[in-house]
Design a binder for this molecule. Structure first.
Ligand SMILES: [Cu+2]
Length: 68
C-alpha cells in the first residue's frame, strides 16, 4: 500500500469533500481517502498494482477540481 497526498485548493465545503471522497474511493485499487477541509489536503491510500497517483490526480481533475 502506498499513500499519495494532493492539494486541492478549490475544496471549499463538506459537499466537495464528500463528493471527492466517494468518487475516488470507488476507483479500483483505492483503499482509503481522507480529506482535510482546513488544509484542503487529500490523503489517498492505494495499491500501486492497480492504480497510480497520476491516474488518481487525473480523475479528480476531471471532476472539475484543480489538483496540485
Ligand atoms: Cu463545496
Amino acid at each position: 500500500m502506498e499513500t499519495a497526498t494532493f492539494n486541492i485548493p478549490s475544496i471549499s465545503c463538506s459537499a466537495c469533500s464528500n463528493k471527492i471522497q466517494e468518487s475516488v474511493k470507488s476507483l479500483k485499487g483505492v483503499k482509503n481517502v481522507s480529506v482535510d477541509l482546513k488544509s484542503q489536503q487529500v490523503n489517498i491510500d492505494y495499491n500501486p498494482d492497480n492504480i497510480g497517483p497520476q491516474e488518481i490526480k487525473k480523475h479528480i481533475s476531471q471532476m472539475g477540481y484543480e489538483v496540485i
